[in-house]
Design a protein. Structure first.
Length: 82
């Protein structure tokens, strides 16, 4: 398990955190959003799609089985699309 902080609005910020987690062979990644304005389920889904389609991410075996989002003081699981 690893915690990844999402502190920027960039379109690759979430994708890059997924990529880092897979490089580390993490099975559960916690995405921490310190500001509510940085989070949306659509943004996480977009980051996941970008991660799956990224040529550099394909060099590693996808190990992520669980994604937990921490948004300010809320905690919930983001369901990985099948």
């Amino acid at each position: 398990m690893d915690i990844k902080m999402i502190e920027a609005n960039g379109k690759y910020a979430v994708k890059d955190k997924f990529h880092d987690a897979v490089r580390q062979q993490v099975k559960c990644v916690i995405l921490q959003f310190p500001k509510k304005s940085l989070y949306s389920p659509e943004r996480v889904a977009d980051g996941w799609k970008r991660f799956l389609n990224d040529k550099f991410s394909k060099k590693y075996t996808q190990t992520i089985k669980r994604v937990i989002c921490v948004v300010e003081d809320e905690v919930f699981e983001w369901n990985i699309p099948k």
